[in-house]
Design a protein around this ligand. Structure first.
Ligand SMILES: *[C@@H]1O[C@H](CO)[C@@H](O)[C@H](O)[C@H]1NC(C)=O
Ligand SMILES: *[C@@H]1O[C@H](CO)[C@@H](O)[C@H](O)[C@H]1NC(C)=O
Ligand SMILES: *[C@@H]1O[C@H](CO)[C@@H](O)[C@H](O)[C@H]1NC(C)=O
Ligand SMILES: *[C@@H]1O[C@H](CO)[C@@H](O)[C@H](O)[C@H]1NC(C)=O
Ligand SMILES: *[C@@H]1O[C@H](CO)[C@@H](O)[C@H](O)[C@H]1NC(C)=O
Ligand SMILES: *[C@@H]1O[C@H](CO)[C@@H](O)[C@H](O)[C@H]1NC(C)=O
Length: 289
């Protein structure tokens, strides 16, 4: 009751604002007064009405221009970890090849005050007690549970202790190569934020650390990259879409070890759920230092 009394005048004010765009024949509003896009003659406005310091990205056909509010936009980097990428662990060369472009995107986002979010596997022993059998099987190296999550992965290069598989704080769960310094330095500088996850998706279930952060910061617009594009990237993108975030898949900072058909499915559906772009469509529109 009490909530209703406070909410009503507030929503009425916002509704009036969205309504102004509804009655403009050139603008079409999708959504509701709290969460809306405006389709303009030139493309899409995702700013939800905050037109301070907007950035317009000329995304490839059929997207057109997509205008974002940098303060409520973020880049999400998924699973660029030693476990998935390091050559000594049989990691993916296609994933390693993404590192320089990913770093260019990180720098361009930071320069424009847009947050860089990292979400990686980072399991605890508690997570292992609630992990479903299907996931234990999926992450086994030899078909037994003895080599799945939490198992000791031994030593490489004589002196690198790989640690327990995908456990929080282990070497194998760290970002790969130059991404480690980017993540640690970015988090220390306050431009980047790190979130552990315990499923393929970093946005599953009723909430995750990343979702709580997005809600608290009123962040609405997410750019996705990482590995594998059809598994953890797709899972995180799809859950974000289900939960009402704008999703933009960045092709040239995403890769997979799966057959090409898997990427084909993701590309087709990501374009329906939101948009697809390459870093080459985005970086030139950002101010780059
Ligand atoms: C149409 O939408 C654009 C982008 O949001 C906005 O700048 C413009 O003011 C809108 N026009 C009207 C008359 O609402
Ligand atoms: C993007 O916006 C610019 C400037 O308004 C315009 O010239 C261009 O035609 C737009 N592109 C598309 C695809 O609408
Ligand atoms: C609009 O965005 C700017 C940053 O681009 C921010 O400083 C300002 O607080 C935002 N306004 C509202 C009403 O959220
Ligand atoms: C690990 O071994 C390499 C040579 O294989 C050596 O260069 C490096 O300093 C060693 N690191 C540590 C921490 O002992
Ligand atoms: C952190 O900030 C310092 C000082 O601005 C800068 O020199 C350094 O490059 C930043 N590091 C990262 C990883 O952003
Ligand atoms: C990104 O670039 C690749 C390689 O040129 C291309 O195949 C793909 O269609 C591009 N993606 C978009 C959304 O334009």
């Amino acid at each position: 009751m009490r909530l209703g009394r406070y909410l009503l005048p507030f929503s009425a004010v916002l509704y009036g604002c969205a309504n102004a765009q509804l009655i403009n024949p050139n603008n079409i509003t999708f959504g509701n007064p709290f969460n809306f896009w405006t389709k303009t003659q030139d493309g899409w406005d995702l700013t939800r009405g905050n037109h301070t310091n907007t950035i317009t990205l000329p995304l490839p056909h059929p997207a057109g221009n997509v205008t974002i509010q940098p303060a409520t936009s973020a880049m999400v980097i998924i699973d660029m970890q030693n476990f998935f990428l390091h050559p000594d662990l049989g990691g993916d060369p296609l994933g390693r090849a993404l590192v320089p472009t990913t770093i260019d995107m990180i720098h361009a986002f930071r320069t424009n005050g847009m947050k860089v979010l990292w979400t990686n596997w980072g399991l605890t022993d508690f997570d292992l007690t609630t992990m479903p059998p299907a996931l234990f099987r999926g992450f086994s190296s030899d078909g037994t549970s003895a080599t799945s999550f939490g198992s000791d992965m031994g030593t490489i290069q004589g002196n690198i202790s790989v640690g327990r598989k995908l456990m929080r704080g282990s070497w194998n769960a760290q970002p790969f190569g130059d991404l480690l310094d980017e993540q640690v330095g970015g988090v220390a500088n306050g431009t980047d934020f790190y979130f552990n996850k315990n499923r393929l998706s970093g946005m599953w279930g009723t909430s995750t650390p990343m979702q709580t952060f997005l809600q608290d910061g009123m962040i609405t617009t997410l750019f996705f990259g990482g590995v594998n594009v059809d598994q953890c990237v797709w899972g995180t993108l799809l859950d974000s879409y289900y939960k009402g975030y704008d999703v933009i898949l960045v092709d040239d900072i995403s890769a997979t070890t799966s057959p090409m058909a898997a990427t084909g499915m993701v590309d087709f559906n990501a374009a329906l759920n939101g948009w697809r772009a390459n870093s080459t469509d985005i970086i030139p529109a950002l101010s780059v230092s």
